[in-house]
Design a protein around this ligand. Structure first.
Ligand SMILES: [Zn+2]
Length: 335
């Protein structure tokens, strides 16, 4: 049995959050206050962190303890969160330390078990059929409204699991949340199945027992010497659709997910590694983590909009933007 109570008593959540978000913007009594990264807060300091827990007093109302923080902010399973703390305790005698980038162990995790992948394969087919049936009409309309065309949607093998946003269904022996299904296929394996729910926090959930160590769209890395790291799958698909003949967009699923050595080794021959994360604290931290792994990672800034989809839907020309950025980088390189 895992003694979570004694782990929590030994650790100060404020120290851990400081490693993730930097020093607090303000202190109030025992609490450290931050802009809440979960609802991308701009103006206030709604997130309060204490020794033993956190709460957002703003829009998203999230709250929890040390484990909730690791699971939510780092997208870890409970067991992975326990393992992360365990590793850090053993290696450094504390979770924490002054230079936190070096302390994140880089894992070389394998894809899920073959039985899971086989069930996931069946699930993908069922969900695809549903998306293209009358049941999936609204989900398909949503995807088209995000700028994805039918070919992109089919190539990505997106699907739909009908049901209430809070519901989980048993399909092919898997526990599946309801919503738009996004298969994570790479290197002849199914790494994970993500679900974009129509409502609720968090917006994205995973089918139980998938891996959180995949790299979405990694199979196209060999096509170009430029890779662009996006925050999410839909931005990645949109960039693939609009500029896929020039660059390979990939995603770890969020700015807080971490790149493993397995994928880093596939990037050694890439001349240019760009990071198009959102312009917020989580995006900045995610970029710093990538740059700590390789100095070749460079930040790519959107001309306007919060993310690539925003930019595109506001009339932005994604291909023009990417081409202009690449030209600028090449010119810098030859100077
Ligand atoms: Zn919040």
């Amino acid at each position: 049995m895992i003694d979570t109570a004694s782990i929590k008593a030994d650790l100060d959540l404020r120290t851990i959050v400081e490693r993730d978000l930097g020093p607090p913007a303000k202190r109030s009594g025992q609490a450290h206050l931050y802009k809440c990264p979960f609802h991308h807060e701009r103006n206030g300091l709604s997130l309060a962190i204490w020794q033993d827990g956190y709460r957002c007093f703003g829009k998203c109302d999230r709250a929890g303890d040390l484990f909730d923080w690791l699971m939510t902010y780092h997208h870890l399973s409970f067991l992975d969160a326990v393992a992360l703390i365990g590793n850090n305790c053993r290696q450094h005698n504390s979770y924490g330390g002054p230079t936190h980038l070096q302390h994140h162990p880089i894992s070389t995790t394998e894809p899920p078990a073959p039985e899971w992948q086989s069930a996931a394969r069946d699930l993908i087919v069922i969900a695809e059929d549903t998306l293209w049936s009358s049941t999936g009409e609204h989900a398909l309309a949503y995807l088209l409204n995000r700028g994805l065309n039918t070919r992109t949607i089919r190539d990505a093998r997106l699907g739909f699991v009908a049901g209430h946003y809070q519901q989980w269904r048993d399909i092919c022996g898997l526990r599946v949340p309801c919503g738009i299904l996004i298969p994570w296929l790479a290197a002849e394996a199914i790494w994970a199945i993500k679900i974009r729910r129509s409502y609720g926090h968090p917006k994205y959930l995973q089918v139980a027992h998938g891996s959180s160590h995949g790299l979405y769209n990694a199979d196209r890395l060999h096509e170009h010497t430029t890779a662009i790291f996006c925050e999410g799958e839909f931005d990645t698909l949109l960039l693939q659709q609009e500029a896929g003949h020039q660059v390979t967009p990939v995603t770890l699923g969020s700015a807080t997910a971490r790149l493993t050595t397995r994928w880093l080794s596939e990037l050694v021959h890439h001349r240019t590694l760009l990071v198009a994360y959102d312009n917020d604290q989580a995006g900045h931290n995610g970029y710093r983590h990538l740059q700590a792994l390789s100095p070749r990672f460079r930040r790519l800034h959107l001309p306007d909009g919060n993310d690539i989809s925003d930019f595109y839907l506001n009339g932005g020309d994604v291909l023009n933007w990417v081409t202009a950025e690449l030209t600028a980088i090449q010119q810098q390189g030859t100077q």
